[in-house]
Design a protein around this ligand. Structure first.
Ligand SMILES: [Zn+2]
Length: 122
């Protein structure tokens, strides 16, 4: 299961942060996910419950933020937002675009219980 291995690596990152800051437990994890990442948000939530069991992140809430898709036009050079099924330039309507973002999945922030501080990692 693709989502489970993603969760396991996310939790490893979270554990490292919690250890560095000597936190007892993690209350909130925010993950940024592009629509083109190929990850299903619901499956990720389900996998998270399995992957986090027994870790510092066991009781943390997982928030998934959807990141916009950005493309750069190969014709006119402008950058614009795009839809997952329509990666066209908003300026000139050309289909020859380069994906700038929208296919990533990354840890954005973590909230730790002990210190109440928020560690922004990206
Ligand atoms: Zn264009």
């Amino acid at each position: 299961m693709h989502e489970l291995s993603i969760c396991q690596s996310l939790i490893k990152q979270v554990e490292t942060i919690a250890q560095e800051r000597k936190a007892q437990c993690v209350t909130l994890i925010v993950v940024g996910m592009g629509s083109l990442s190929g990850v299903d948000a619901q499956l990720l939530q389900n996998a998270y419950v399995i992957a986090s069991a027994g870790t510092v992140a066991e009781k943390a809430e997982l928030i998934i933020e959807h990141l916009p898709i950005r493309v750069k036009c190969n014709q006119c050079g402008s950058e614009s937002d795009a839809l997952p099924n329509k990666l066209v330039c908003k300026q000139c309507g050309d289909w020859q675009t380069t994906l700038l973002s929208g296919n990533e999945l990354m840890l954005m922030s973590v909230e730790l219980e002990k210190s109440q501080e928020s560690a922004v990692v990206h």
